[in-house]
Design a protein around this ligand. Structure first.
Ligand code: ADP
Length: 268
């Protein structure tokens, strides 16, 4: 037997009165669950044939006869598209997993400075064409949570800054301790910025400001949605500040109770 779900909202009515509105959301929740299951199942089913295709393309790529043949270019284009599809499927699966639970199952110590070192190394490859100046700064503070999820949030934000900033820009990535014991991760870029009407929708699934441009960068529109879910599991929210023509800053604060040994770090 399935149980019913009721959503209750309390709305201010007059200065002294409030309205209470109750709504049966059972059907809505069932539909949402069906959507999640469908996306998770389709993504899962697509992963196997894509892995096989990738394997065959890799095998063809290793054949010395390919170089200089008329098949070299189509092979490259197919590899590109298959890789894009694969990473889209991976992102959809990641999102499905994040949507199932609202908290981190078994929080562990996340060594953020170590992740920042890895992030710096990883971003060199992404930055090879753009040649941005990227500055990294990390306070010696750790946090409680899920390392893999935090790394995916960091990576998405830094990759976006690299992609959406014209070549030769400046990007500042920092992990710092705030005076009240919280810790802040922030990525500031000197890119084109984002018009204010888009800001509230950026973390929606598949939302992209400029679809054609985002597709050219290999974007799927899922990155910030993943970031939003990762952060909500770490009791945090994404803050986006942006000025058209000047750039954007994407940041979030980790609550004091999840920042590890902040007192000892501050007292050092
Ligand atoms: P995508 O895979 O398209 O990059 P995201 O969810 O990561 O998807 O980002 C959603 C959209 O937000 C992007 O398509 C882009 O239009 C915009 N965006 C994200 N980061 C930046 C940034 N640093 N500067 C400008 N626009 C950005």
């Amino acid at each position: 037997m399935s149980s019913a779900s009721v959503e209750i909202r309390v709305i201010p009515y007059t200065a002294s009165e409030t309205l209470m509105v109750a709504r049966d959301v059972t059907r809505l929740q069932q539909l949402e669950q069906m959507r999640r299951d469908f996306v998770a199942n389709v993504s899962h089913e697509l992963r196997t044939p894509l892995t096989v295709l990738r394997g065959y393309l890799e095998m063809i790529g290793d054949d010395p006869r390919l170089e200089g043949s008329p098949w070299a270019k189509p092979h490259l284009m197919m590899t590109d598209q298959v890789n894009r599809m694969y990473s889209l499927v991976e992102q959809l699966l990641a999102l499905s997993r994040l949507e199932v639970r609202q908290d981190v199952e078994a929080p562990k110590t996340v060594d953020v400075p170590a992740l920042m070192t890895k992030l710096e190394a990883d971003s060199q490859a992404l930055n090879a064409q753009k040649q941005h100046q990227i500055l990294f700064q990390a306070a010696p503070a750790q946090m409680l949570g899920d390392s893999e999820q935090m790394m995916s949030a960091f990576t998405n934000l830094v990759a976006n800054a690299i992609h959406y900033t014209p070549a030769g820009g400046r990007i500042e990535v920092s992990w710092s301790l705030l005076p009240d014991g919280r810790a802040r991760f922030s990525v500031k870029d000197s890119g084109d910025g984002i018009a204010s009407e888009h800001l509230l929708r950026l973390t929606e699934r598949f939302y992209r400001v400029d679809k054609a441009r985002s597709r050219n960068t290999g974007g799927s529109g899922l990155g910030l949605s993943i970031v939003k879910h990762v952060l909500s599991r770490h009791r945090s929210r994404l803050d986006i500040q942006s000025t058209l023509g000047k750039g954007s800053t994407f940041s979030f604060d980790i609550p004091r109770e999840l920042v590890v040994s902040h007192k000892s770090v501050i007292n050092e």
